[in-house]
Design a protein around this ligand. Structure first.
Ligand code: PRP
Ligand code: URA
Length: 209
């Protein structure tokens, strides 16, 4: 049974509210994306397996736990997913990072793939796909289909804000994928933007509007 979790921790709610504000500038917005990604990473990695090891502390020998099991790979969906990578790497610095480039055709809202470079051993890794916005769910669904074609079977998705439509589509297309988002918004508007949302995440992260 896969997880679909809205991680409504007070810090996440506060930071997402700052991001929604149209007057929040590029630099602050970028920092907030990274900080919220780090908080979501903490929750999404809660089930990672651990094993006991022996450690000599300054006081005595102790049996304590360290991470065990599959290594991790992050796959941001370009462009906006890039903004989440640093925050994630703050907590899991040894993760490899693949990239999938997708943009939405503005009329059809269908994702168009233009780049894909994944770690060679992705099939053996626990994969976390990153994209701040889960709107129609088309981009995340296509990215995960592509990652599965490369053999990966253990995949999670982390997003900052989801529309109900996107959550439903992603879960229907990939029922095996655990989904973690910081907020579930009301709906999509006629242009496929999340309402109330925060506007175009890529433009706000990179200052391109
Ligand atoms: C945005 C966002 C997602 C996608 C979500 O990317 O970062 O990738 O839209 O929409 P969907 O769920 O309806 O597919 P965009 O196409 O604007 O490209 P960008 O990140 O390069 O700006
Ligand atoms: N992509 C964005 O960046 N924002 C939205 O609201 C929807 C898709």
């Amino acid at each position: 049974m896969s997880v679909v979790e809205i991680v409504d921790h007070p810090l996440i709610q506060h930071k997402i509210s700052l991001m929604r504000n149209r007057h929040t500038g590029t630099r602050e917005f970028r920092d907030l994306v990274s900080e919220v990604a780090m908080l979501l990473c903490y929750e999404a990695t809660r089930d990672l397996p651990t094993e006991e090891v022996e450690v000599e502390t300054p006081i005595c020998l102790a049996r304590t736990k360290v991470l065990a099991g599959r290594k991790l790979a992050l796959v941001p969906i370009l462009r906006a997913g890039l903004g989440m990578v640093d925050g994630m790497l703050n907590l899991i610095p040894a993760a490899k990072v693949g990239h999938i480039g997708l943009y939405r055709n503005e009329e059809t809202l269908q994702p168009v793939e233009y780049y894909c470079k994944l770690p060679k051993d992705i099939a053996e890794r626990e994969v976390i796909v990153l994209d701040p916005m889960l709107a129609t769910g088309g981009s995340a669904s296509d990215a995960i289909t592509q990652i599965k074609k490369h053999g990966a079977r253990h995949i999670k998705f982390i997003g900052l804000i989801a529309a109900p439509e996107g959550l439903k589509t992603l879960h229907a297309n990939h029922p095996d994928v655990d989904i973690y988002v910081g907020a579930l918004d009301e709906k999509l508007n006629d242009n496929g933007y999340i309402v109330p949302g925060l506007g175009d995440a890529g433009d706000r992260i990179f200052g391109t509007k």
